[in-house]
Structures are given as C-alpha cells and as structure tokens.
Ligand binder design. Structure first.
Ligand code: ADP
Length: 366
C-alpha cells in the first residue's frame, strides 16, 4: 500500500485510501459516494467512483487533498455533488439501455429480490452502470435491501403530454450508495403526481411507465425484478419490455422443476432466451463444523438448467449474514464472490445470445 503522503490520483483505490486516511470517508460521503466502506468501493478507484455517480472528478480530488492537508472535510459546492444528469428537456422517453434482463421466479419467497441485488452488485464491481426496476409491485422489496426510503422525485415532462393533454410525469430514479439507480412503487409518495402514475393501475402499464418515463442514465444493464409466478402479471411485463433474456431463480424443491418447465415454456413462447438459472437457498454450511446440509432437499439446479436450456449461474447457500444485510438495508456491503460469479456468468450468457440491434425501450412514437 502506498504511504499516506503518496499522491491522490484518479487511480487511487477508494477503500485503500480510506484505510490510510479515515477523513477520506467523510469527503466521499460529502459527495454522495457513501459507500467507501462497502463491497463495491473495494474494487473501485476515485475515477471509477466519480464516473459511476455521474460526478466530475476534479472537485473530489481537490477535496481529498485538502482533507489530507487539514485533517477535516472541506466545504463542498452544491453543483459539485450533483450528478450530471441528462436535462429533462432533452429527455424523449428513449432511454438508452444496452441490456434489459428481467429476473423471474416460479413462486414468491425464493429470494428473487436478493438475487437481483446480488447480480446488480456483481455488475457494479465490474464498473458497469446498473439500474434496477422493481416491477414486483405486489411486494416491492428492492428499496429496503439498499436502505432507500426517500420518495422518488417526479416532475412534469417538459416535452411529452398524455392523451388528455396533461404533462407526463417524469421520474428521477433513486441512487444507491454504490450508484445503482432504482425505481420502485415502494418509493412513490401519495401526492398528486403519484395519482397520475397510478391512474389505470394495470401492472404492465405501470411498469412501462417505470421503464419509459424515468430519467435513467445511459445504463449498461437494467435488471427488472418481476412479480413472482407465471401468471399474467410477469408475462405482461415481459411482453412490454425489450429484453435480452430472463434469469430464473429457483429453490431445491421437487416442485421447482414443474414450475420451471412452465416458466421456460412461457419465455420460449416469447422467443426470448433464458440466460441462466440461479438456485437460491441451495444448501447450508454449518459455521462451526463446516458440514454441508441440503435443508430443502437435494439440488435440482442441473435438472432445471436442462429444462431451461440455460447454464446454472450460481448455487447460493442459505446464509444468515445475507439475510441480516438485506434486512438492514446494507446489501451493498455484501462482499461475496458469488456476486462476481453471477455477473461473470450472466455476461458470458448475454454474449452467447446476441440481442437484435435494438437498444431502445418500446415507446409509442410521437
Ligand atoms: P422474493 O423476492 O423471491 O420474494 P426475497 O429476495 O424477498 O424473495 O427473499 C425472501 C426472504 O428470504 C428475505 O428475507 C431474504 O433476505 C431471505 N433470503 C433470500 N435468500 C437468502 C439466502 N440465500 N440466505 C438467507 N436468507 C435469504
């Protein structure tokens, strides 16, 4: 590790810097990069952190150097801590999202949201720009995992109007500590704008609004946490988005193969690939003895993967530490190699299933 006197450069690793210079954590927090202690920043340089959060790097470097010289966090100008977002005036509803990947499960409670978060974290550690659309409007749990509570900012779209001639609502996504953009019905307040969003509360309609009427950054990946099951709700969401393919989350139960067969048929009918299968709560390793128990029965991951014609992205053990981080809204502190494996295997699967050259959401034209 370089000595504390070493030059602070764009390539300085955030976590190493904070270890040597604790006041640097305060500086990063002041810029809204509040994850200097988390699993993502361990892999991130100051430059990568600034880029992920849409901030200019020069003010951050200057503030870090001042903090090192004075021992305290200098005042930060408001415009330096504001991400450089696209101006709403330029927003045409054509979000530039390179890859859209819904996460599906045959039934609720298998850990679909946790797996979505883990994939997002794995992709962020590889410095991709990531968003999560929490489409599980029956039990939206993504904001809780990331400790987000502030209602989403909603403004009238300066360009687009509804059929009734009223401005369309334009939503700014919440941004997690490690710069994952998040939109969820759980982050809507009860004011008038919200009422506008919820008029005609048809799941697919709402989800399309979340997809199209959001000022997403230019994302590399948008993960969509689908409603559980294989009913109309997830299906209509799948049909209304321009997706690369689907990730299926299961648990090791005999029923899983039946559910997966149904889900696989459904996805294949849409002529989309299943990009991978994740078996969650696959086994439990006792901390004291290291013994491995298959609590929910033997793994069906391989069988499920055959049915789905897709690779197994990961088998995730039951892990009380994950449940605690999830409960406390600190999931980004999860530093588990499974997040990296998930991301790596998903990237390989996406590369093996090139999407038709269409990187734009389905938007009604004009
Ligand atoms: P779903 O989105 O499928 O309904 P969640 O992701 O909300 O499921 O998970 C349900 C509950 O199980 C949550 O409390 C979550 O923290 C916990 N959980 C999920 N996966 C694991 C795991 N591998 N180890 C421990 N707890 C888990």
């Amino acid at each position: 590790m370089p000595p504390i006197e070493a030059e602070i450069t764009p390539q300085t690793n955030i976590k190493e810097l904070v270890a040597q210079l604790p006041v640097a954590a305060g500086v990063m927090n002041a810029f809204g990069l509040g994850c200097s202690g988390c699993g993502v920043s361990k892999y991130e340089t100051v430059e990568e952190g600034a880029r992920a959060h849409g901030l200019r790097i020069e003010p951050i470097l200057a503030a870090l150097r001042t903090a090192r010289a004075t021992g305290s966090v200098p005042p930060i100008a408001d415009e330096d801590r504001r991400p450089a977002r696209r101006a709403p005036g330029n927003f045409t509803g054509l979000a530039k999202i390179a890859h859209t990947v819904p996460i599906m499960s045959g039934k609720g409670g298998v850990g679909k949201s946790l797996v979505t978060a883990m994939i997002a974290i794995g992709l962020r550690r590889r410095h991709y720009r990531v968003g999560i659309l929490d489409a599980d409007i029956t039990g939206p749990s993504i904001p809780k995992l990331f400790g987000l509570r502030e209602p989403l900012a909603i403004a009238p779209d300066p360009v687009k109007t509804t059929a009734q001639g009223r401005p369309q609502p334009l939503i700014t996504p919440a941004v997690s500590r490690s710069a994952i953009e998040i939109v969820s019905s759980n982050l809507l307040s009860d004011d008038e704008d919200t009422a506008m969003i919820w008029r005609g509360p048809i799941v697919a309609g709402v989800i399309r609004q979340f997809y199209e009427q959001v000022l997403w950054s230019e994302l590399d990946f948008l993960l969509v946490d689908l409603p559980p099951g294989t009913s109309d709700a997830p299906l209509t969401v799948l049909q209304s988005l321009s997706i690369d393919g689907v990730v299926l989350v299961t648990m090791p139960q005999a029923l899983a193969t039946m559910i997966v067969r149904k889900a696989a048929n459904l996805i294949h009918q849409l002529k989309k690939p299943i990009l991978g299968v994740v078996e969650n709560m696959s086994y439990f390793v006792a901390g004291d003895t290291g013994a491995r128990y298959e609590i929910f029965g033997p793994s069906y991951a391989q069988r499920v993967a055959e049915l789905a014609h897709a690779p197994v992205l990961a088998r995730i053990p039951i892990d009380p530490a994950k449940a605690t981080l999830a409960d406390e809204g600190r999931i980004e502190q999860l530093d588990d190699p499974i997040c990296n494996d998930l991301a790596e295997r998903l990237l390989a699967s996406i590369a093996a299933h090139p999407k038709p050259k269409e990187t734009i959401s389905l938007v009604e034209k004009g």
